[in-house]
Design a protein around this ligand. Structure first.
Ligand code: NAP
Length: 449
């Protein structure tokens, strides 16, 4: 261990001491000897919280605590700022104030980073420093490091995954308990898997913000969350879960960024995922991210995407990375060129689709023929009874979304269809890929042509 004279003291300022910040305080104490063995003493010296009197159950002795984040960000005594406060206004002001002064920033605030990336980048440039945000994208999955360094020069075509734990918990619960969305949401809230206001999670906004960060690192293109095609899970019903199960699929909220011939498409929406695929096995608060590229085919990452210690640990690893190699920041980080932000029109997507149709058993054959007449190739279908009604679930072959939407309005008028049809995309845009991977399990006897 270096002697005390050679020991470098690094003073941290921190904004927020809730779930993530509290976890970080615990980890700082736990790893103190490791830091010292590597020649630095990491000390939390300044902290901003809303309520300075709250007992946080962690040792904050020797820490100057204020309710003013700007005071911490501008304090000349700090060497690095950690932002685990959340929000989109003060968090950005404080983070940028520190960066402009040349103080590096480690942030878990996906929303602020995704929405104000330009401001952060400009402030970092002005101050000649950088930002690390591993914890913001998928908490404990070190995907940013992989994209920024390990695969910096790898051509990527797809980054996709299940990246919101709350919705994944809700969908898993609906399947296991056989309940409707509202009851699963209540259970998720009772177990602390959602925020007091669950809108950001259940409407897919949290996943869209993370996808902005992932796509930026994967493709060098900045697509603000508001330009990500975003649909949440609030319209998923138990009947959809039952039909998906009958068709050997599970419903997941999938976030996907794809570079295709038409440009880049960024989408967050519920998707039917075949049971044979890894994404189908990702349950509850776990996240999974899959990378695809022509040179390596596929890489998969699985881990905890939220929670006190997984997130705090990712924050701490960023801090240590910044201390050991100050130029290893994620922003600016490794710049990928060719990130032309040509956004693909969602209507031109070519995917497989799942349709939920309320159809009396006597009309099923007629409805299937009508679908064929509307240009849909039905790959697979199943029926379930729910709430005293018969439902037909259909998986179509790849079709352009605009054609699917036109067909959908026609399907509602087909004789025997007694309710507005429901539609969920599949996580599939490549028919050949499906055939190659799933021929034995998926296509077996149920493939209809
Ligand atoms: N929780 C996770 O699993 C997770 C995972 C990945 C990323 N993140 C991100 O990490 C950040 C923090 O999340 P969290 O779950 O730790 O949140 P949290 O438990 O709500 O904690 C927020 C902390 O910030 C403080 N704070 C909020 N507004 C403030 C203000 N205006 N001035 C001073 N202090 C303020 C709060 O002070 P008081 O305690 O006094 O109210 C609290 O200590 C968010 O950006 C979140 O998106 C969280």
């Amino acid at each position: 261990m270096p002697d005390d004279a050679k020991m470098r003291t690094v003073k941290l300022g921190m904004l927020g001491c809730g779930v993530v910040g509290g976890g970080l305080v615990k980890l700082l104490a736990k790893h103190r000897d490791d830091f010292r063995a590597n020649g630095f003493d990491l000390k939390l010296t300044h902290l901003a919280v809303r309520d300075v009197r709250k007992d946080r159950g962690v040792d904050l002795s020797g820490v100057e605590v204020t309710d003013d984040p700007m005071k911490v960000a501008n304090d000349r005594g700090i060497d690095l700022l950690v932002e685990v406060m959340g929000g989109n206004t003060l968090a950005v002001e404080a983070g940028c104030a520190a960066l402009v002064r040349g103080i590096p920033l480690v942030s878990a605030n996906k929303s602020a980073l995704a929405r104000s990336m330009g401001r952060y980048a400009e402030a970092a440039k002005q101050g000649g420093t950088g930002i690390c945000f591993e914890s913001a994208a998928a908490a404990h999955i070190p995907i940013i490091e992989v994209l920024d360094r390990s695969l910096a020069c790898e051509e990527l075509s797809v980054i996709k995954g299940v990246i919101n734990g709350s919705t994944n918990y809700i969908l898993t619960f609906m399947e296991r308990a056989g309940c409707e969305y509202e009851d699963a949401l209540k259970d998720a809230a009772a177990k602390g898997f959602t925020e007091a206001d669950p809108t950001l999670d259940v409407e897919g906004i949290d996943a869209a913000e993370k996808l902005t960060l992932l796509a930026f690192k994967a493709f060098g293109a900045y697509v603000p969350p508001d330009q990500v095609h975003t649909e949440g899970v609030t319209k998923i019903g138990q009947v959809d879960v039952l039909l998906a199960t009958a068709l050997d699929h599970r419903i997941k909220l999938v976030a996907a960024a794809r570079r295709g011939e038409d440009g880049l498409s960024l989408r967050v929406h519920p998707a039917l995922v075949h049971r044979g695929e890894l994404l189908a096995d990702v349950d509850s608060e776990f996240n999974a991210i899959i990378l695809e590229g022509p040179g390596f085919k596929e890489l998969t990452f699985l881990g905890k995407g939220a929670g006190e210690l997984p997130t705090a640990s990712a924050v701490l690893n960023d801090i240590v990375k910044m201390i050991r190699q100050p130029d290893t920041s994620t922003l600016p980080g490794f710049k990928r060129t060719g990130g032309d932000v040509q956004l693909a029109d969602t209507r031109s997507l070519k995917l497989c689709y799942f349709l939920r149709l309320a159809v009396e058993p006597a009309h099923v054959d007629g409805v299937l023929s009508a679908l064929k007449g509307l240009g849909l190739v039905v790959l697979s279908h199943a029926q379930v009874s729910h709430g005293g009604r018969n439902f037909l679930g259909v998986i179509s072959d790849v079709i352009e979304e605009s054609r699917m939407m036109t067909a959908l309005s026609e399907i509602a008028r087909v004789a025997g269809v007694t309710q507005t049809p429901g539609l969920i995309r599949l996580d599939k845009d490549n028919y050949r890929d499906i055939v190659e991977r799933e021929q034995s399990t998926y296509f077996g006897s149920s493939l209809e042509r």
